[in-house]
Design a protein around this ligand. Sequence first.
Ligand SMILES: CC(C)(COP(=O)(O)OP(=O)(O)OC[C@H]1O[C@@H](n2cnc3c(N)ncnc32)[C@H](O)[C@@H]1OP(=O)(O)O)[C@@H](O)C(=O)NCCC(=O)NCCS
Length: 247
Amino acid sequence: MLTNHEEPSLSPELTPQPAAGGALVPAPREPRQPDLMVPIRSLGANHRSRIAAHLKELNAHDRYFRFGYAANDQQIQRYVDGLNFDRDEIFGIYNRHLKLIAMAHLAYSDLDRSQAGAEFGVSVLQHVRGRGYGARLFERAVMHARNEGVRTMYVHVLSENTAMLRIARSAGAKVERDGAESEGHLLLPPATLDTRVTEMIEEQLANANYQIKLQAKFIRKTLNAMVHGWQPGDPDRRANKRVTIDK
Ligand SMILES: CC(C)(COP(=O)(O)OP(=O)(O)OC[C@H]1O[C@@H](n2cnc3c(N)ncnc32)[C@H](O)[C@@H]1OP(=O)(O)O)[C@@H](O)C(=O)NCCC(=O)NCCS
């Protein structure tokens, strides 16, 4: 994972300015700048078991937020088994141990993307929250949906889900509250050359990053096996072996 630890700096026009009479007027909110580069992969059906493992790691409260009810393991498994990787898009963030630490599901309402709305659902494992992964997955989904010709993206959220509502609002979504539930919808501008090229590059970087992690994991495993499998051995046997080779 590539990270940029620089603090995003506020431009002068976004810092609170004293109004006439000295009162501080809240500054307009700066659109969120991506403060870290996160390799986000588009996942295929071969990632199904990791998706299931990721979702089953969520606690009851998170499952309630993610699915709108406290799904049990069987219900999560049914959801994962039913994922349609041809129609929908699943994005994931893997850590260096190739554990799926964050994922998003962009579900299309229609096979014809230009007629479709897309619903966004996301989850980030507890120990890596607050690092911007949720927001980055949302941005990635927005870019993908635009490139697919989708005009509206939706998110159904429980009204108490502050973090998800912040993500949606920061991206410009209009949120309407209906009691315990809220719906955010974001009108998407058409794709541009920039969104198309950016998505292509991001996908390639994420794939390369995944391959590197895969190889690093293999090397770590091999070294571990060598270290643990190594036995001091019998000096006589080693001496005999050397004699055999010398012959
Ligand atoms: C919602 C969720 C995906 C957020 O993931 P995350 O990676 O922690 O989110 P980010 O780090 O991108 O933070 C996004 C915003 O929410 C804010 N935030 C994060 N956690 C918060 C919390 N507990 N309370 C209030 N705001 C919070 C962040 O400050 C950030 O706001 P900012 O852009 O104004 O700084 C994660 O909490 C989660 O997986 N929850 C369980 C499942 C769920 O609720 N899914 C959403 C419904 S589909």
